[in-house]
Structure formats: structure tokens, C-alpha cells
Design a protein around this ligand. Structure first.
Ligand code: ADP
Ligand code: MG
Length: 254
């Protein structure tokens, strides 16, 4: 059998005396939209931080497409095809949407100062490509009319759309989305769901943390339930919905 796209084994992370990730093990199979749910404070975002290199685990391993990326830097994880979005989109003060999207392009030649002197033609060609890629992605996500707007003028929902578009500029195989519709109005929530379904149909494997049960049950299969840093269960939306342990975790937990 082929390796799963993501395999997390016995992952551990504590903050002082608090165990945020407790022997967590699960896989995300290629081609799935895998949901990751659990009460507030269950350790969902911490897991994404551990996988994407924003935090180093105390123990356990992270493998992407069979490659060990435990403790790797975010850029290395991104280069392996795994891109994440943030629960709270990062502030983009002083930037237009176009500039905010340009950040999504990985490995920009012009970032290495020496390249500016040694190969100005290559820099110009790459910059042109990046600008073109931003315009293409903006039209795919129907946000082209926002490109010249200050990023600070966007609504919460529009910011989530820009985050998703920006993640796609890196051409990921595996997208980790942390609460992509939190605080988003119902219309934009449907738009985001449709975009995620489109990306999935185009071959992107997704792992989605989401609090909105209707949203996650509609999009994801399987769904992994996390409680107090541990994997409580994994199953189809129907199995998760009717599992008494899941109901207990939500009533008793955060
Ligand atoms: P979730 O995303 O499921 O709501 P988190 O992963 O954000 O949960 O947090 C899990 C637990 O770890 C929480 O109790 C949270 O307060 C704690 N935590 C998360 N990140 C940090 C950090 N950088 N420092 C200290 N505690 C943290
Ligand atoms: Mg979270």
C-alpha cells in the first residue's frame, strides 16, 4: 500500500505543565478531505503547528509522503508540499491584497540579495511569473476586484479567502486549514466550501480543523476527533455524530 500523505506517530507536546498533544497518532490519506474536530483547547491548532514546523514536538514523528519531517523548519515542510493557513489570519497592515498574495509564492529568486546583482534577468522573469500567478489565482478565487485594496479593508471572510488563495500559490499537495470559516457569514462560508471542494477535485489533499459542525460534516470524510491532546476516535461523519464519547467530550470539555 502507498504511504499516507501525512503520518503523525505518537506526537507529544507540553507547554510547562500542560500537555497539549498526548501520544497523538493518525494519518491523512492521499485524496481525502480529512476533518479534525474537538472541543476548544483539545490541541488541534498545536497539531498543525507541530506538523508545519512552527513548533518542535517533544517526542513522536511527522512524515509527509513517507519522508521524515519531524522538527523540520516551516520552509522545509512547505517545500515538501504541505502548506497551512492560520486560525487567526496574520495582520497585513500596509499591504495591498496583491502584495499579501505575493508572499504566498515560495522560493522567490529576488529574496536572496546576491541574486539581484548576479542574475537580474532571472529575478525579473521570476517576478513576472509571480505577478501572473497572483492574477491567475485571484481570478480563480474571484477576488481580482480586491487586488489593489489595502488588505486591512477586507472583511473577516474575505481575509479567509485571501489566505486560502495565498496558500494555493505555493502549489501544495497537502493543505492544512485551521478553522477556514470561523467568523465568516453563511454566504461566504458556502463560497469557501465550494473552493475547497474544487481544490480537492483538482487533486489537493486537505486536512481541515473546523468548529462549524455542519460545514465539516458536509465536506470531510473521515473525521478525526481530538480530546485533551489525544485522538478520541476516527470515523465517517455519521459515526462521529452518533458516538457517545464524542458527545461526552463536547459536553464535558471546553
Ligand atoms: P485548539 O486549537 O484545539 O483549540 P490549541 O492547540 O490552540 O487548542 O491549544 C491546546 C492547549 O495548549 C490549550 O490549553 C492552549 O492554551 C495551550 N497552548 C497552545 N499553544 C500554546 C503556547 N504557545 N504556549 C502555551 N500554551 C499553549
Ligand atoms: Mg485552534
Amino acid at each position: 500500500m502507498a504511504d499516507p500523505l501525512l503520518r503523525v506517530t505518537d506526537l507529544q507536546k507540553s507547554f510547562g505543565g500542560l500537555t497539549a498533544t498526548d501520544h497523538a497518532s493518525f494519518t491523512v490519506e492521499t485524496g481525502t478531505i480529512t476533518g479534525l474536530i474537538g472541543p476548544n483547547g483539545a490541541g488541534k491548532s498545536t497539531l498543525f503547528n507541530l506538523i508545519s514546523g512552527f513548533l518542535a514536538p517533544d517526542a513522536g514523528t511527522v512524515q509527509i509522503a513517507g519522508r521524515d519531517l519531524t522538527g523540520a523548519a516551516p520552509a522545509e515542510v512547505a517545500a515538501a508540499g504541505c502548506i497551512r493557513t492560520f486560525q487567526t489570519p496574520r495582520p497585513l497592515a500596509g499591504m495591498t491584497v496583491r502584495e499579501a498574495l505575493l508572499i504566498g509564492r515560495q522560493q522567490q529568486v529576488g529574496e536572496a540579495p546576491v541574486a539581484l546583482f548576479r542574475m537580474p534577468a532571472a529575478v525579473t522573469a521570476t517576478e513576472r511569473e509571480n505577478i501572473d500567478a497572483v492574477e491567475t489565482i485571484a481570478s480563480e478565487f474571484a477576488i481580482d476586484h480586491l487586488l489593489d485594496a489595502p488588505a486591512t479593508d477586507l472583511s473577516g471572510g474575505q481575509l479567509k479567502l485571501v489566505e486560502l488563495a495565498r496558500a494555493m500559490l505555493a502549489r501544495p499537495r497537502l493543505l492544512l486549514l485551521d478553522e477556514p470559516v470561523a467568523g465568516v457569514n453563511p454566504t461566504l462560508r458556502n463560497t469557501l466550501a465550494a473552493h475547497i471542494e474544487r481544490l480537492h477535485a483538482e487533486g489537493v489533499t486537505c486536512c481541515i480543523i473546523e468548529h462549524d459542525m455542519e460545514f465539516i460534516m458536509r465536506l470531510a470524510d473521515p473525521i478525526i476527533v481530538l480530546d485533551r491532546g489525544r485522538v478520541l476516535m476516527e470515523g465517517t461523519p455519521a459515526a462521529v455524530r452518533s458516538d457517545p464519547r464524542v458527545i461526552d467530550a463536547y459536553l464535558g470539555g471546553g
